[in-house]
Write a protein that binds this ligand. Structure first.
Ligand code: PPS
Length: 289
């Protein structure tokens, strides 16, 4: 594994860790290297998503649903991030654990398929996601050391030369894996659907977890995990050099319109058609779609 600097279209660089030809954030590499021996528990749930899909949001929702209370122990999403910590850390977490990962299905521990772990597969429209990833890469200066321009960043992210690789490849791999592993329980949820009707989606997740909560509890979970509440309680972690929350930035559907020019959007649409040919996935770029 090596530390690499990847230049954007304007020559500004992002710092990543390269392991077996793939790019990752510069985390301690031990956890990546021991993923094959990660010990799953029968009652584990993993929130799986490409970065910036809303992982923090759904992780917190699932934590409250698993705990049966909105008064959960203060914890950060990173505490459950499988590729960040070693087995000792995860052995100390009480059951039921709510884990999360940005890895491909095939990179998850073999015990996921053996023990038929419950997976919540979260996705988000890629235009908003790329804008969010741009702010992540410029905002987390200690990790990426990047201050490039959006117009120079877009070609890079469209080409997948970022940590966790191409969004297109990630989505296609997961789509295939879900089809090919019908005995692994997977619930697919979309960021835009949770934005539009949080109660409906939280109920869906609750049902998937085998819970039967009264509606007032589910409403309380929605409220406790609203963007404004989460930003207020957790926004002080991971701030950008100008002091703004990176993980709770805007929390909207359609912010991409403030960033994509018409020609960028048309270019993106052509790349999408090319890379996602044959995929059945459909994304909503506004809540009216
Ligand atoms: S990470 O770093 O990859 O784990 O980021 P991730 O949590 O997947 O995605 C961050 C984006 O999700 C938004 N977010 C939310 N949206 C709505 N409601 C809630 N509660 C919420 N919490 C986080 C967050 O603001 C990031 O999106 P952008 O567009 O940058 O605001």
């Amino acid at each position: 594994m090596t530390s690499v600097k990847i230049p954007d279209a304007g020559g500004d660089t992002l710092t990543f860790l390269q392991i077996q030809g793939r790019l990752y954030p510069s985390f301690p590499p031990e956890a990546f290297m021991s993923m094959n021996t990660f010990k799953m528990r029968r009652d584990d749930v993993i929130v799986c998503a490409y970065p910036k899909s809303g992982t923090h949001w759904v992780w917190e929702i699932v934590r409250m649903l698993q705990a049966g209370t909105t008064e959960v122990e203060p914890a950060e999403k990173d505490d459950g991030m499988m590729e960040l910590f070693d087995q000792d850390h995860f052995d100390q977490l009480p059951s039921p654990r709510v884990l999360n990962s940005h890895l491909l299905f095939t990179q998850l521990p073999p015990e996921v398929t053996q023990k038929k772990s419950k997976l919540i597969f979260l996705s988000r429209n890629p235009k908003d996601l790329f804008v969010s990833y741009y702010h992540h890469h410029t905002g987390l200066a200690d990790l990426y050391n990047y201050s490039g321009k959006w117009k120079n960043y877009l070609p890079l992210v469209l080409d997948g030369r970022v940590d966790y690789g191409s969004w297109f490849d990630y989505m296609r791999e997961w789509e295939k894996a879900i089809q090919n592993n019908p005995d692994v329980p997977v619930l697919s949820v979309m960021y835009e659907d949770i934005k539009e009707d949080p109660y409906k989606e939280v109920r869906k997740i609750s049902d998937f977890l085998g819970k039967n909560y009264p509606s007032d509890f589910l409403h309380r979970v929605c409220d406790s995990c609203s963007f404004s509440r989460m930003r207020e309680h957790k926004g002080q972690y991971d701030t950008s050099p100008d002091g703004l929350p990176v993980m709770y930035r805007k929390g909207q559907v359609g912010d991409w319109k403030n960033w994509f020019t018409v020609s960028m959007s048309e270019w993106f649409d052509r790349v999408y058609v090319d890379k996602m040919e044959g995929s059945k996935l459909k994304f909503r770029y506004t809540l009216e779609d």
